[in-house]
Design a binder for this molecule. Structure first.
Ligand code: N01
Length: 518
């Protein structure tokens, strides 16, 4: 939506958005599962480009719920009169660069073809649902849902036996809400996960007033930090303080709640010994909350460093396992064998179920781009170009795909940052780039293979300088989708640093990109 606003209203370009859904909102249109809310704090999970928009919108809670975010995005669509240039219910099935005309030919599933000088993908990083290929699913006589494709009318769990597969950020948000309604909830856990309480609460009038009067300050912090959040990462390392001080700091961070826990020490993501102290603290918290020691042991049996996978935050997740109507199945010990007509069969038992909830994540980052059927120069399909994993220049451009820009593509900070910050930076860079092309009568711009390879090596190096690749099963690595090449996809060098790199690339004449007049 912001890209449309920039291209249409700032550059005056005829701009059309193709949107598969029948409304705006993207992630927040599709992810309507119980408990869906954002892990970024509401006052930072919004656009910053318009002071008027910042002024006029008030968030109700510390972490906004999906319906509130969707209301906000609809407000943005109306406020900037975006709907007339969005074609809803329009899904792209193929997009092909035509060298003869230097145009992109974009085909929709209804068979229509549109042409465009510039093609910009804004398909999100987490929009291709990953429904695991578990044998027997078609035999299941109950209902099943993926959290990322949730029915708009909601799902009534009253009196139902529900099985939930998946304990990532989504599953950890959904389980407490489902448990409160269902007759019984069985959580099928493959990889145990850390979680820190969100401590969600309504925002006080004082806090809201403070936000309105400190927007510049808040935005300056968001722009200067690694993850684009409105808080700074502590300057201290774990070893700088005594164990007692360290634990007091963790207690304070736990009491405060949220993703900020990760910012307690600056070396939590780079030093395994430092990370172990956070991991031990969080595992002890699980054991102190969950009353059944066997259940607590399964939940606390976490095999990766804290925050090496995207750290969830929760609303009573671990306490949910103290409810009499909730049970936990350890899939590491007893894997799912198949889905039957009546439920889930593991190596050890049959679990009769009325509803299965797949909180099993997404074919992240590359999946949504492959779904567009992109073909660049010389008939090169993106799927073939990225057979060994994605290679981009800055996550913005791909060699062999002229005049194509990817918003929050692989190789950009994207999912490692507060998304609106990452999105706005990309949109503004792309807008400036297209303005430059038009002002200088440049017909094509394209990342060079050398620049893309060099950047991809930097993406690898940035990840390897952290503990992130040590979670070998994470979707950051593509490891959650069978057959997907393993390559760490987002840029882990930090949003602020990345912004500087992109700015330098532009000010130095778009180095790493070839521009041609005709
Ligand atoms: O997906 P996930 P998610 N059998 O991939 C399990 C963002 N988000 O939807 O770890 C059994 O993290 C899988 O197990 P394992 C956020 O960036 C943001 O939860 O692969 N289990 C894991 O437990 C997040 O990171 C918000 O062993 C299977 C789970 O399913 C991203 O979305 C809120 C399985 C998938 O976890 C994705 O989160 C929610 C199988 N065959 C999400 N396949 C915000 O607040 C998978 N699993 C903005």
């Amino acid at each position: 939506m912001y890209q449309l606003h920039c291209l249409r209203d700032r550059l005056g370009l005829a701009t059309t958005v193709l949107e598969a859904a029948d409304g705006v909102g993207g992630t927040w249109y599709w992810n309507r599962y119980p408990g869906a809310r954002c892990d970024s704090e509401s006052h930072s999970y919004c656009y910053g480009f318009s002071p008027e928009l910042l002024d006029e919108w008030d968030w109700s809670e510390r972490y906004p719920q999906q319906p509130e975010i969707l209301r906000y995005l609809n407000h943005v669509a109306d406020r900037f009169n975006l709907r007339p240039d969005i074609r809803f219910n329009t899904r792209v099935s193929a997009a092909r660069y035509d060298e003869a005309t230097n145009l992109w030919h974009v085909t929709t599933t209804s068979g229509e073809t549109l042409t465009a000088t510039y093609l910009i993908t804004a398909v999100g990083c987490l929009s291709s649902a990953n429904v695991p290929n578990i044998p027997g699913l078609p035999d299941f006589q109950g209902q099943w849902y993926h959290t990322g494709q949730w029915p708009h009318g909601g799902v009534d769990f009253t009196g139902k036996r529900v099985g939930q597969i998946g304990t990532g950020s989504t599953g950890i948000q959904a389980a407490p809400v489902i448990a409160a309604q269902a007759a019984h909830l069985t959580v099928f856990q493959r990889t145990a996960n850390y979680s820190v309480p969100a401590h969600n609460a309504p925002l006080t009038p004082e806090f809201r007033a403070w936000v309105h009067s400190h927007q510049d300050e808040i935005r300056a912090v968001m722009k200067s930090t690694t993850n684009g959040h409105p808080f700074r990462i502590a300057e201290r390392n774990v070893a700088d303080v005594s164990p007692a001080e360290r634990d007091a700091l963790y207690e304070a961070a736990w009491a405060k709640g949220g993703l900020q826990f990760r910012a307690t020490f600056k070396d939590l993501l780079t030093n395994k010994a430092a990370n172990d102290t956070a991991a031990d603290f969080l595992k002890a918290k699980i054991r102190s909350i969950v009353r059944n020691p066997a259940t607590a042991a399964i939940l606390a049996d976490i095999d990766h460093p804290y925050a090496a996978k995207r750290p969830p935050i929760d609303d009573n997740y671990f306490d949910t396992f103290n409810r009499p109507n909730v049970s936990l199945v350890d899939l590491r010990r007893t894997p799912i064998e198949r889905i039957t007509a009546t439920g889930i069969r593991t190596a050890e038992a049959d679990y009769p179920l009325d509803i299965i909830v797949f909180a099993t994540g997404f074919d992240a980052m590359t999946g949504p781009l492959f779904a567009l059927g992109l073909t660049g120069r010389n008939g090169l399909a993106l799927r073939d170009a990225w057979r060994a994993g994605p290679e981009t220049y800055l996550g913005l451009g791909i060699p062999g795909f002229p005049n194509l820009f990817t918003i929050t593509g692989p190789g950009s900070p994207s999912v490692l940052a507060n998304m609106p910050v990452a999105i706005e930076q990309h949109v503004e860079w792309i807008t400036d780039c297209i303005a430059h092309l038009r002002a200088n009568h440049i017909a094509t711009i394209e990342a060079t293979p050398e620049a893309a390879t060099a950047w991809s090596n930097q993406v690898d190096a940035a990840a390897n300088a952290t503990l992130l690749p040590q979670a070998g099963h994470s979707w950051y690595l593509g490891a959650n989708v069978p057959g997907k090449p393993r390559r760490f996809m987002p840029y882990a060098g930090g949003m602020a640093h990345y912004r500087d790199i992109c700015t330098e690339v532009a000010t130095e004449g778009y180095k790493g990109l070839v521009m041609a007049k005709s």
